[in-house]
Ligand binder design. Sequence first.
Ligand SMILES: [Zn+2]
Length: 140
Amino acid sequence: MPSETLPAASHSISEWVKSYEDGGPLRGFRCPHCGLITATWGLACPRCGTVGLEEHALSATGTVVAFTLLTVPGDEFLNDAPYVYAVVEMDGGGRITGWMPTVRTVDGVVIGERVRFRPSYRPGVQFIRESEAAPTISGA
Ligand SMILES: [Zn+2]
């Protein structure tokens, strides 16, 4: 039986969520061997088994791959229900779950909808539909 100490995550979830509140990028991991991008920390790459995933900034945009309408939320979201809770495949890799405070009905979003990460002081990862996002200034 191996006696070595397992490595710990280089962060805590609360540290990451705090950085999201401060406007930081979504954070994930990249396998240095096969290049897999994942939003979930693990001891080893789930594809090739390489130990030592590197931190990697995820895209701020992605596509809804699954969702549900939450009508009975946790305490922090009592005043927000109902709202959509979605699984989003980020552009370039990594799947993240987050809530969509502006979508309050089950027909307000569809599988394949383009969404954008919205930094917020509110808990959790928030997404808004791209159609709701403010236009960005390009060429600056
Ligand atoms: Zn890998």
